[in-house]
Design a protein. Structure first.
Length: 315
C-alpha cells in the first residue's frame, strides 16, 4: 500500500488545531487504498500547540511530529517535513485551514495519473487585503521577468509532491529558502487544480509586511543573479553620457572661452553617481550575504524531539 504524508508546519496554532484535526480526520477516513501519515512540524510554538499534537498522537497513530528547538520559520519547517516524511508522496498544508483538506483526495487521484507535482491554484483570496493581492501580483510579474524558469502564479505551498520531487528538494540545502521558486526549479510533470482560498479559521497570521518584503528579496536573489547585471546595464549609458558631456564641456570652453558653471553640475553628478553606487553596493551586499550564510554551512534547523524521541545531536 502506498503512503501519503501530509506535512503541516505549525507555529502558535492552538486555536486552529482542533478545527484542523477534525477536518483532516474526516477527510483521511475517506481515503482508501492509501496509508496516511500526518506529520506536524512544531516551529517553536510558545502556546499549547505541541501539547495538542501529542494528545492527538496518543489517540491516532497516523500522527507524527517534529519539534523544533526554536522558531525557524515556515520555509525551514517545510524542509524538515520533507526530511522526516516517510510517504511515497507528500502534501504541504497550512495549519489554519486556509488550504481545504477536502482537496487532497483529488490531488491523490491526479498523482495516480502520473503527475509529480499537483499544486492548488487559488481562484479567489478571501480575507486578504487589496494591497496584499496587488503586491503579490506585481511581485510575480517581476520575478517571472527575471528568469526563464516558469513560475506558477497564485499558488502557495499547498501541493502534492511525488517522492522524486521530495528527494530532489532534499538535495537543495540552501539556508535562505524560497520553496516557491524551488518547486518551479525542479520541474517534473506539474498539474494545477483550482480552489477557493478560505480565510484562516482562528488565530492570526504570522506574516507581516516586513517578513513579506524579506521573503520577496530572498525569492529574487535565490532564483537569479540578474540583479547583479543591473550594474552593467546602468554603467554603459552612464559612461556614455559622461563622455558626451565631457566633450561638450571641452568644446564649449575652447570655442566660447566661458567656463561652465561647474558647481551645479558637480553637485548633480555627485548625487547621481553616489546614488547608483549605493544601489549597486546594496545588490552586491545581498549576494554577499547569501554567500556568507551558505558558507557557514550550519544545519538548517535543530530539533528537540521526533515522535517523543529526544534528539541529542549525536551522529
Ligand atoms: N508558520 C510556521 N512558522 C512561522 C510562521 C508560520 O510554521 O514562523 C506556519 C503557520 O503555523 C501556518 C503556515 O505556516 O501553518 C502559514 O502561516 P500563516 O497562516 O500565518 O501565513 P499566511 O497564510 O497568512 O500567509
Ligand atoms: Mg494562513
Amino acid at each position: 500500500m502506498k503512503k501519503v504524508t501530509i506535512i503541516i508546519p505549525a507555529y502558535n496554532e492552538e486555536d486552529s488545531l482542533p478545527f484542523l484535526y477534525e477536518r483532516i480526520e474526516k477527510m483521511v477516513n475517506q481515503i482508501e487504498n492509501y496509508e496516511v501519515e500526518i506529520l506536524f512540524v512544531n516551529d517553536g510554538s510558545k502556546d499549547k500547540t505541541l501539547e495538542l499534537i501529542k494528545k492527538y498522537r496518543e489517540e491516532d497513530s497516523r500522527i507524527s511530529y517534529v519539534d523544533f528547538s526554536r522558531n525557524f520559520g515556515k520555509e525551514t519547517a517545510m524542509i524538515a517535513g520533507l526530511d522526516y516524511a516517510t510517504g511515497d508522496a507528500v502534501i504541504f498544508m497550512d495549519a489554519d485551514l486556509q488550504d481545504p483538506p477536502e482537496l487532497i483526495p483529488e490531488m491523490i487521484k491526479i498523482w495516480e495519473q502520473g503527475y509529480d507535482d499537483v499544486y492548488a491554484k487559488r481562484k479567489s483570496r478571501k480575507g486578504e487585503s487589496w494591497l496584499k493581492k496587488f503586491t503579490s501580483k506585481m511581485y510575480y510579474k517581476v520575478l517571472q521577468s527575471l528568469t526563464n524558469v516558469e513560475i506558477q502564479k497564485d499558488t502557495g505551498d499547498f501541493r502534492l509532491l511525488d517522492r522524486r520531487c521530495v528527494n530532489a528538494l532534499k538535495k537543495m540545502r540552501e539556508s535562505q529558502r524560497c520553496s516557491k521558486s524551488m518547486f518551479s526549479w525542479i520541474g517534473y510533470n506539474k498539474k494545477e487544480i483550482l480552489y477557493d482560498r478560505d480565510p484562516r479559521i482562528a488565530g492570526s497570521t504570522k506574516w507581516n509586511y516586513r517578513k513579506l518584503v524579506n521573503l520577496a528579496i530572498d525569492g529574487i536573489t535565490s532564483f537569479t543573479t540578474s540583479p547583479l547585471r543591473i550594474s552593467t546595464f546602468l554603467a554603459i549609458p552612464t559612461f556614455l553620457a559622461l563622455f558626451i558631456y565631457f566633450i561638450y564641456v571641452i568644446i564649449k570652453c575652447i570655442t566660447t572661452g566661458i567656463v561652465v558653471q561647474a558647481f551645479q553640475a558637480t553637485i548633480l553628478l555627485i548625487l547621481f553617481f553616489s546614488g547608483i553606487q549605493i544601489l549597486l553596493f546594496g545588490i552586491v551586499g545581498e549576494y554577499l550575504g547569501r554567500i556568507f550564510n551558505e558558507t557557514k554551512n550550519r544545519p538548517l534547523y535543530l530539533i528537540k524531539e521526533y515522535n517523543g524521541k529526544r534528539e541529542t545531536n549525536e551522529d
